[in-house]
Unconditional design. Structure first.
Length: 133
């Protein structure tokens, strides 16, 4: 990738992450808890991909696996935060079977979602700061 391509790619990941961050909050506010967590996964994926491009000067891998993306960069996340990324991977439910989705929907109470979103936001902000440096 050229420097211009790297810059444009990073801007793409940042802009779309910011857009999806707002969607995540709006979905939570409207009590669409499972969808809010899905967007929580999306925002972490996008900021990790932005960091991947920034550090590796190449396109981000075609994956939704947050832990895999994190391993390809110097994110500065702790082992606990990295382990949490594995948990957030479970929120990417779009392509799952209906019975798995239904079970997940039932788990997504207001308290469960609120707690997970707080953790997602902390990691997102930490990664965003690194992306801005």
């Amino acid at each position: 990738m050229t420097e211009k391509d790297v810059k444009n790619s990073i801007e793409y990941w940042k802009k779309t992450a910011e857009h999806d961050y707002k969607a995540m909050l709006a979905l939570y506010k409207s009590k669409e808890y499972s969808n809010s967590l899905f967007f929580g996964h999306i925002i972490l994926e996008k900021v990790l991909k932005g960091l991947y491009v920034k550090e590796n000067k190449q396109h981000a891998p075609f994956t939704h696996d947050l832990s895999f993306l994190n391993k390809g960069i110097e994110s500065g996340l702790s082992k606990v935060e990295d382990k949490f990324l594995d948990e957030v991977n479970n929120f990417n439910i779009r392509a799952r079977y209906p019975d798995v989705k239904f079970k997940f929907y039932k788990e997504c109470t207001k308290d469960f979602t609120e707690g997970k979103l707080k953790e997602i936001e902390l990691i997102y902000k930490k990664l965003w700061e690194k992306l801005e440096q």
